[in-house]
Structures are given as C-alpha cells and as structure tokens.
Design a protein around this ligand. Sequence first.
Ligand SMILES: C[S@@+](CC[C@H](N)C(=O)[O-])C[C@H]1O[C@@H](n2cnc3c(N)ncnc32)[C@H](O)[C@@H]1O
Length: 259
Amino acid sequence: MDKRVVRRDFAQAADTYDRHADLQRQVAGRVAGLFVEYGGGETVLDAGSGTGLVGRALAARSALPERLIALDLAHAMTRRGARAAHPSVTGDCERLPFAPATLDAAISSLTLQWVNDLPATLAGLARCLRPGGTLVASTLAAGTLNELEGALVRADGRGGVGPFHNRHQLAAALASSGLSRPHCWEETVVKEASRPAEVLRTLKGLGAVSKDPRRSRGLHGRRRIQHLEAAYRAACRAPRGPVPVTWRVAFLVARKPPR
Ligand SMILES: C[S@@+](CC[C@H](N)C(=O)[O-])C[C@H]1O[C@@H](n2cnc3c(N)ncnc32)[C@H](O)[C@@H]1O
C-alpha cells in the first residue's frame, strides 16, 4: 500500500471521521477494556491513534495512562486527537521512533490492517516494550465488508475490499513477534446501513477509501454507486430497506517476556 495515499485519505477524513466512527468507537472501547484488564501501564503508545478514540475510551474508564503517546501517519489526525499534556507524534508504526524497551504497553485499534508488513510491525512494537510490557490491538480480518466485496464482484467481476489477514495469518504474525502468551481471536459485528450508498459514504467519511490502489477513486462516482447499490442488495438478498454491514474484528493480546 502506498503510504502517501493512506496518509492523504486519512488526513482528508480527519474532520468527518468521528461522525462515521460507530464501529470504531465500539472497538476502541473493547481495546481500552482489554488494556485495563491486562494491567495497564504508565508510558503507553497508541499506534495509529486517529482522532483519539482509544484515548477517550480510556479517559471514560478513568484509565488514562500517565503518558499516552498518540502516533499516526496523518498529521491532521493527530492534531484533531491532540490531548493536553499528552504527546502526539506524526509517524509510521512500521518505523517506530522509539528506543527499545521504553514503553509499558502498546495499544492499537483498527490500524494494523493498513500496514504493509504485519509480522515486522508487531515485532517492532514488541521491541519497544519493556520486559513484562503488554500489546493490545484490534484489526480488521478477512470477511470484513463481505457484502460490499460481493457487490463489487457482481458489479464488475473483481473485488477490492481488503485484502485482510485471516485468523491463522494474524495468529502466526503475533506468534513470530517475540512476545509471549499470544492470544488472538475474532468477533463478528454486524451493523446496519439505511442503504448501500450509506456504506460507501461511511467508508469515505472514515478515510478508508480502498486498500486497492486501482479502486481508490473508483467507488464513488454517481453511476458506479447506482450500479453498486443494486449489486449490494443482490449480494445480501435485501431488495429494499436497511442492509447489513459485516465487520470481522480480530483482537491480539500478548506480553513481552520478563527479563
Ligand atoms: C481506522 S483509523 C483508526 C484510528 C483510531 N485508532 C480509532 O480507533 O479510531 C486508522 C488510522 O491509522 C492510521 N495509519 C494508517 N497506517 C498507519 C501507519 N503505518 N502508521 C501509523 N498510523 C497509520 C491512519 O492515518 C488512521 O488515522
């Protein structure tokens, strides 16, 4: 994936992201809950922090770490999510700007699906953790937006949502990260949209335009949307009314072995 495109799309969505982030808010809450359950930490990285939903979910649980470092590829996102007294960094979680063993925990919600090399990214996060430190992450897994994928295939013979890792690939990446007690599981969340065009509007509002460079501009023309509307309804057998939107959310939790 071209980082310049990812950065540009998310930067353009910084002002609309929160309005469309129903699923993202729900998952950020789960990540915050897991962080608390797994022991928290004082110096904590939020990798791919976006507008700061995880930070807000932690604050709502009175569990804000002493030093929460928000890191995001898109400066407009970190600016939007900036919290007084907490540092934010514009940077790439595939090239972390931290010394080894300097973080008590790394959290990340719905960002890892955008990296080019997941095993290396997880290993990089592991390297920055202190012995005993915790990684808590969520990401999107294969099967996400399967209705839209079905619609794209029906409409013109090829998909374009994803690619997303499957559970085995995620578990293997986590197992190879150097962290111990890796735990990886998936949950299905089915949301509802009033109509297929709303699904596309939501994705655009989130900045998640497409992971496929050939698709990045092609989903949103007016004719294209009409065509996709019909294909989406056919794909999920919903000729009228609201349509389902399926998200497969994977959670990854592991610890750095104590020295
Ligand atoms: C779907 S948003 C999730 C944001 C936030 N964690 C949340 O839960 O709302 C994905 C975020 O990851 C950022 N991102 C994508 N690739 C990244 C990378 N390689 N390094 C850092 N941030 C990245 C995007 O700019 C975007 O803000």
